[in-house]
Ligand binder design. Sequence first.
Ligand SMILES: *[C@@H]1O[C@H](CO)[C@@H](O)[C@H](O)[C@H]1NC(C)=O
Ligand SMILES: *[C@@H]1O[C@H](CO)[C@@H](O)[C@H](O)[C@H]1NC(C)=O
Ligand SMILES: *[C@@H]1O[C@H](CO)[C@@H](O)[C@H](O)[C@H]1NC(C)=O
Length: 523
Amino acid sequence: MAVPGLLLGLVLPLVLLVDQSAGDVFRFASYIDDYMVLQKEPSGAVIWGYSTSLAEVVVTLTQQGKPVMKKTTYVRAYSDVWMVILDPMKAGGPYELTAQQTTVNMNSTLFVHDVLFGDVWLCSGQSNMEMTVSQIFNATAELYNTAAYQSVRILSLSLVQSGKELEDIAEIDLGWSTPSAENLGHGSFTYMSAVCWLFGRSLYDNLHYPIGLISSCWGGTPIEAWSSKRPLKTCGVPWMRMGSLEFVTGPREYSVLWNAMIYPLHKMTLKGVIWYQGESNQDFNRDLYNCTFPELIDDWRQTFHFGSQRQTHRLFPFGFVQLSSYETDRTSDEKFPEIRWHQTADFGYAPNIKMPNTFMAVAMDLGDRSSPFGSIHPRDKQTVAYRLLLGALAVGYGEKLLFQGPMPEKIQFMEHEGLLILTYTQQIQVITMDTRLFMVSCCDDYECSWIPVSILTSSVQTLTLDIHYCTGTPVAVRYAWTTWPCEYKSCPLYHPTSTLPAPPFTAVFDGQNPETQLLQIQL
Ligand SMILES: *[C@@H]1O[C@H](CO)[C@@H](O)[C@H](O)[C@H]1NC(C)=O
Ligand SMILES: *[C@@H]1O[C@H](CO)[C@@H](O)[C@H](O)[C@H]1NC(C)=O
Ligand SMILES: *[C@@H]1O[C@H](CO)[C@@H](O)[C@H](O)[C@H]1NC(C)=O
């Protein structure tokens, strides 16, 4: 009989405790803050936060003191999370956001001011995404003109890892801010990401409405750290800790950065993602990258789509930077070329059927031997951002413009003449007749070996390669298959007006069949 009394004695103080702390519990998700950009139409922005269970939460959007929208929600029993979806809003602002909580015995209100509606892009990857504006070429000039970009807002997450998926961001280095020379060029490899900033700034120059940029990246990290368990399982990634790696900074355990630096954003409505990663996989699960990367894209899309109650598009645009060049004394020169190829799911170009709605910035011609941060960190991020911009405008905004460099679509083998004719998808400009970058695999009865072949002639859309030196049977051709294929902006092949480089490729052809169709370019 003493038990109920004992229980009561225990329960009452608990209830009191909960009630006393109710006001503290009420808050927005930690990335919902002053100066933020919320995703504009056609999606609705998701607003969420924490509260006591059973509270009523009213979210009001006001402009110059006038309410323009009100959304009411109730926190379920045993839950402490509330969420509303705003009606789709046109680009613009500023607005204020208030959230009012009503419980049985207390009310409280939260305010967020200077909120804009526009497009929100998430930027992730390793150190080449992490490099700040102060580390790139022309840093002083790039930091000078921030006043014109007060509608481009930036947020940079801290380096945090976690063994399980976190609901909210644990730590933020730079809360939502307007850009300034101080917060853009804060230091080396801190905030703000130069690629992210330059990309967002150029989007703003083209779209003329607010852009929100979220930087969440960590140097020296492999793709497995940014993946949830699902893609790792799908791709059969062996379950083990890292062995010895050349890059020693950053956490490399599976899923830890997904858990702490990506998943907590999954309820947010986003426009798209850009990604610069892959260097750390040259010695780690490299052969799986053609699976882990496309699967990561699909997994992020799925998680963000459902996390935002379908407000973030299921196939949101996903742009990435193909690895640049760096100086290496390795004997094997195949690692970077293989990652570059695997970044495209072995198609050589993006988008492709395995990677719909993606776009790629080729960067192999932007090598920087004298970078003070090591040649693995080239300082020309402006060209990277420009090539990403073209892809984003085409794939993410439906503009009809050229955003891919020339790829061969057909290979003709003229056995008697000893020639190989490559027909490209677009016009080509031959900068140099460099003979080392095209190679043909020649096989005799025992083995095949790659030999360099020279460009004999070129026309508007075709190249003729001289393969006389191939004494056996030619079975494959490849282009730019080295870590450092060419000097700065001096690869052999570009598109003439867009100055987009021809991406590297490798293609097996049928030596018996004189003509091999290689690919269909989408878009
Ligand atoms: C909370 O607000 C509601 C409506 O504004 C009001 O009716 C109620 O009395 C308030 N409760 C407390 C405890 O202040
Ligand atoms: C990925 O590339 C490896 C070689 O690096 C190859 O063996 C494998 O079949 C490819 N997988 C896919 C899914 O294309
Ligand atoms: C740096 O500035 C110079 C002079 O304006 C310009 O020619 C050059 O292209 C810039 N470099 C980059 C990488 O943008």
